[in-house]
Design a protein around this ligand. Sequence first.
Ligand code: PMP
Length: 420
Amino acid sequence: NRSDVHYFGAGPAPLPTAVLEKATQVILNYKDKGIGLFEISHRSPEANEVLADAKQALATLLDIPDDYKVLFLQSGGSGEFSATVYNLVAIWVEKKRAKIAEEVGDDKDEVLRRLRKIVDEELKLDYLVTGSWSLKASQEATRLVGAKHVNVAIDARKANNGKFGIIPPESEWGLTPRTTVGGPALVYFCDNETVDGVEFPAFPSSLEGDDAPLVCADMSSNFISRKVDVRKYAVIFGGAQKNIGNTGIAIVILRKSLLPPHSTPASPDLLRELRLPVGPIVLDYPTIAKNNSLYNTLPIFDVWVAGQVMSALVNTYGIKKISGQEEISNEKARLIYETLDKYPNVYRVVPDKAVRSRMNICFRVSGGDADKEKAFLAGAEKKGLLGLKGHRSVGGIRVSNCKCTYNNLLYYRCFCFTTV
Ligand code: PMP
């Protein structure tokens, strides 16, 4: 029975039971139409309303300014590793092309010759690699544009015995200078590393300022868990299955100035000339934006689930917006870390204290003794505490705080008690 277990998996993660109960109804019969949400056209007025409501709830929660656009895609989080590269490289290239054309006029061969040189020497994508997911994103960028164009501004493992678990001080980051060539095409980081339990405590100050680079952040596992100053980002994205809804959609919050008519991406022909990748149309932000996320068949049911979860948060917290959720997330994380820290002979939290994730609490039992960790998991399971096994790549134990409001605080007290 749902009420007998408390599931702490990272994602897919638990959904509010009330939303699931309502979901079973809307699957069968949506708003008395006689057909359900799986069946209704994504271009129907009903679907449009679902889309608008979900967008509105997200905009309310995160105070998304008018000069940002919310997109829904079927890309998953990983698809956005690629989408950010395709889209922002194309914008960078077109800006350079336009500038060269201003200087040399109509001589297309000369424009191309100069552009090739600039791309060759100056195109850089900066990655802050602080855990497995930003590593994967940087690897995808390398696969798409080549290692020479990918600047790993930090690899947190280097200063931590080959393991993730810290974020080096900003003074040590090797970001592409902004001044030389108008900066990198993007600076990418993963706000919360789900596998390694590392979360950026705050927005990095070296990415701020009037000439700030285009910052892309993966918020898959801490989306809507704290206040975010959206204006500091060019792109925020996340798969819905952890904190917002079920598997099936990714949500992108995109600065409108990156869309036509403000920005034009380089044409596919030009990108091919420059041996840069041309992305699939379903990851093309201008196309998705122009079509209100309905360029192709969007899974409207998945959007509905996300919308229900977010609307419930809007109703719960009212004018507090996301800070209500933030308080609860912080409190749950505090309860667990406090318990773990109380028994240093038994538990060891994996990441450094300064960057401990509020969302994915990763720790070892008895120095990582395999039998003891097995026993811990078996004991927890007997008490109905499930999904605590760490990611297969790192082992250990992981308590995920996803869908935070709905794993209520009582469960966490119960978890803390159990562990001692
Ligand atoms: N980014 C982060 C931070 C994640 O935790 C995950 C999924 N675990 C992904 C990206 C990949 O998401 P998806 O499986 O939807 O591609």
